[in-house]
Ligand binder design. Structure first.
Ligand SMILES: Nc1ncnc2c1ncn2[C@@H]1O[C@H](COP(=O)(O)OP(=O)(O)OP(=O)(O)O)[C@@H](O)[C@H]1O
Length: 570
C-alpha cells in the first residue's frame, strides 16, 4: 500500500495515524498497534522489517558460544550462550541478541542500521540494577553466512523469564507471584531512565525480564530515545496494548513521532494492572486493536475507566493516575514520583486482591478472552505492539478478530465466504483470504474484495517488490505501515509482509478499519471502491475528497472489475 507521501500525507503514512482524529484506530506495535499486542503487539518506521536470524547451536561470537534460542522480536533474535572454554568468559551465562540487517532491501537497511545503532548505544549505556546489563556489542563478520554477516550481537545478562511469560501462566483475578517486587523494580528502572533524560518507548511485559534473583530488569532499548525538551521523537512504532491514547493523534514528521515521558507512565499503568490482576488488561477487548480502541474511547470521555475489582485501593489509585486520559493530566506523575508511589503502595502491603467484591464474573469472562488473545499474540507490534508488541501486537485471527468484531462481540461475520471456483484466485491463498474476511464484521470486506485488491496490487505475486515506492509482497505493504497493523496470518510467531498469509491477514484487518472509519465519516456509498482508494492513499484523503480521487481512479476501476469477477453469483 502506498500511503501518500510528502506534504500533509506524510503524516498519514503509518496507518493514518496522523489524521488527528480521535478515534479509533489503532495500532501501530504493536500492537502492533498488540503486537504485542497482545500486543499487540505489536510498529512503524522500519522495525517492520523483520529479520529473524537462524543461529545454529555452537555458533561462536567473540568469547561466546550459542546454546539455544530464547525468542525473536521485530528485527532480531535472542539466544542463550555460554562463555567459551579458555576465554575470560569461560562458563559465564549470557543472552545474545542478534540484531540483523542482512536480509533487508538496501533502502530499509539504512534505516534499520540506524535503529540498531541506537539500540546498541542505549544498551551499552544502561547501567542500573533494574536495567538489563549489556557487556559488549560484537559485530559479526561471517561471509559464509550471509544472513548473519553484518549483524551486531549484544551480549547481556541472561534473564530467567519475562513478565510476559509470568502473565501467560497466571490466574486471572489475582496478582502474579512477586507482583509488587516486579513493579518496584520496573518503576525504579524507569525512574533511572527518565532521570538520565531518556524514555524507554516500549515498556511492556515482554521487555521486563526477571533475573535468577527474581528482580525485574527493563530490557529492549530499541525504541529508547533521548528527550529533546518535553518530547522525544521516535519511529512510529510501539505495542498496541501499551501505547497511550494520544499516540494515535500525534503527527509523524521527519524526526519521527513525538512521544512524551508520560507514554512510559501510561504503559506502566497498563503493566501494573496486568501484573496485579493476573494478566487482565485494563481496557476491554479480545484483541489488542479492540483494547486500543477502548482506551481511546475512554480518553475521549466516551467510556469510564473500569479497573479490575480485585485491585487493592492504593494500587487502584496509582493505576488510575498512570492512566489519566490526557497526557497533561499525567505529567505531574513523573517516573521518580511514580517510583515513590509504588514504594508507598508496597509499604502499605496492598499487594493482595481486594476481598468481597461481587462483580468479578463478567470481567473474568472478558479476561479469559483477553488472555487467550494475548497468549496467541505476544508481539512486539507492538506494537506492539507486540511483543508483545513490540508490538504489537495481538492480532491473532485465531484468537479474536479485528476491532469491530471485538467491539460488537461478533467473532465471525456471515460474509460471503466463497470465491468462484473458476476464477484465477490461486487455490492456496483462498483459505487465508477467507479467514481475513471472516474476521471483519463490515459487510463490504469480503473475500472477493480482498482477492480483487491482491490482484490489483501484485497480481497475487507473493514476491512482488517495488522498492522505488517502498512496497513489497502480495499486498504491497509499505514495511513501516505493515508493522503498524501486522497480523500473524499463518500463526508461525512472526509477522512478515513478504509472507502471503501475514500480508493478507493484515490487509483484511486494515481494510476493516478503513471501512469502519469511512462510515463514521458519513461515507456510505461505493464503500468497496472507497476502501480500495483509501488503501492506496489514506482515509483522510478519501474523507477530504468525499470520494475516489482522480489519481487512484484507474486502480479503483481495476479493483472494481476484479471484484465483479470474484463475487459469487447467487
Ligand atoms: N537478556 C535476556 N534474557 C532472557 N531473555 C531475553 C533477554 N532479552 C530478550 N529476551 C527474550 O527474548 C525474546 C525476544 O526479545 P526481543 O527483545 O528481540 O523481542 P520482543 O521484545 O519480544 O519484541 P519486539 O522487539 O518486537 O518488541 C523475548 O521473549 C524476550 O523476553
Amino acid at each position: 500500500m502506498t500511503h501518500e507521501r510528502g506534504s500533509d500525507d506524510e503524516a498519514d503514512a503509518p496507518a493514518d495515524r496522523g489524521e488527528g482524529h480521535d478515534d479509533g484506530h489503532d495500532e501501530g506495535r504493536g500492537e502492533g498497534h498488540d503486537d504485542g499486542s497482545g500486543d499487540g503487539t505489536g510498529g512503524g518506521r522500519t522495525r517492520a522489517a523483520k529479520a529473524p536470524l537462524d543461529v545454529p547451536t555452537g555458533y561462536r561470537v567473540g568469547d561466546w558460544t550459542v546454546t539455544g534460542l530464547i525468542g525473536s522480536g521485530s528485527w532480531g533474535s535472542v539466544y542463550t550462550a555460554e562463555g567459551a572454554p579458555g576465554t575470560p568468559r569461560a562458563g559465564q551465562r549470557a543472552a545474545l541478541k542478534f540484531l540483523g540487517t542482512a536480509p533487508l532491501a538496501p533502502g530499509q537497511r539504512a534505516e534499520v542500521d540506524e535503529l540498531v545503532g541506537k539500540e546498541v548505544r542505549f544498551s551499552l549505556a544502561a547501567r542500573h540494577p533494574h536495567l538489563i546489563r549489556t557487556y559488549e556489542a560484537l559485530p559479526v563478520s561471517d561471509p559464509g553466512s550471509p544472513a548473519l554477516d553484518g549483524s551486531v550481537v549484544l551480549a547481556m545478562d541472561r534473564a530467567e523469564r519475562s513478565v510476559q511469560d509470568v502473565l501467560a501462566a497466571a490466574e486471572p483475578g489475582a496478582p502474579v507471584p512477586d507482583a509488587v517486587r516486579v513493579l518496584r523494580g520496573t518503576a525504579s528502572g524507569l525512574a533511572h531512565l527518565h532521570g538520565e533524560g531518556w524514555l524507554h518507548g516500549d515498556l511492556k511485559p515482554a521487555n521486563i525480564l526477571l533475573g535468577p534473583d527474581g528482580e525485574a530488569r527493563l530490557a529492549d532499548f530499541g525504541l529508547t530515545t533521548e528527550l529533546d525538551g518535553t518530547h522525544a521523537y521516535v519511529p512510529p512504532m510501539g505495542t498496541l496494548d501499551h501505547l497511550p491514547p494520544e499516540w494515535w493523534s500525534e503527527r509523524t514528521g521527519s524526526l519521527g513521532t513525538a512521544v512524551r515521558p508520560t507514554a512510559d507512565v501510561w504503559a506502566f499503568g497498563v503493566v501494573a494492572h496486568q501484573v496485579l490482576s493476573g494478566g487482565l488488561h485494563p481496557f476491554p477487548g479480545a484483541t489488542a486493536r479492540a483494547r486500543a480502541l477502548a482506551a481511546q474511547a475512554y480518553a475521549r470521555g466516551r467510556a469510564p475507566l473500569r479497573l479490575d475489582a480485585s485491585l487493592p485501593e492504593g494500587w487502584r489509585r496509582l493505576i488510575t493516575d498512570c492512566l489519566a486520559p490526557d497526557h497533561a493530566a499525567r505529567a505531574g506523575l513523573t517516573a521518580a514520583k511514580l517510583a515513590e508511589r509504588v514504594e508507598e503502595c508496597a509499604a502499605a502491603g496492598s499487594d493482595t486482591p481486594a476481598k468481597g467484591r461481587a462483580s468479578r464474573t463478567p470481567l473474568l469472562v472478558t479476561a479469559v478472552v483477553v488472555l487467550l488473545a494475548a497468549a496467541g499474540t505476544a508481539t512486539g507490534l507492538l506494537l506492539t505492539g507486540g511483543s508483545d508488541g513490540s508490538v504489537g501486537s495481538a492480532k491473532n485471527p485465531g484468537a479474536g478478530g479485528p476491532s469491530s468484531a471485538a467491539r460488537t462481540g461478533v467473532t465471525a461475520s456471515p460474509v460471503n465466504d466463497t470465491l468462484p471456483a473458476g476464477s484465477d484466485v490461486p487455490q492456496p491463498l483462498r483459505p487465508f483470504i477467507g479467514a481475513a474476511a471472516r474476521l471483519c464484521v463490515q459487510p463490504e470486506v469480503t473475500p472477493a474484495l480482498i482477492a480483487a485488491m491482491l490482484k490489483a496490487e501484485s497480481g497475487f505475486d507473493a514476491h512482488a517488490r517495488r522498492p522505488s515506492t517502498d512496497e513489497y509482497g502480495i499486498a504491497m505493504w509499505t514495511p513501516r505501515v505493515f508493522k503498524a497493523w501486522a497480523v500473524d496470518g499463518d500463526h508461525d510467531g512472526t509477522k512478515d509482509y513478504m509472507s502471503a498469509p501475514d500480508a493478507i491477514a493484515t490487509m483484511g484487518a486494515y481494510l476493516c478499519w478503513v471501512d469502519e472509519q469511512l462510515k463514521q465519516h458519513g461515507l456510505h456509498t461505493d464503500l468497496p471502491q472507497l476502501t480500495a482508494a483509501a488503501y492506496r492513499t489514506s482515509t483522510r484523503t478519501i474523507e477530504e475528497a468525499g470520494g475516489v480521487p482522480a489519481r487512484v481512479r484507474p486502480y479503483v476501476d481495476k479493483v472494481t472489475r476484479y471484484l465483479a469477477d470474484y463475487t459469487p453469483r447467487r
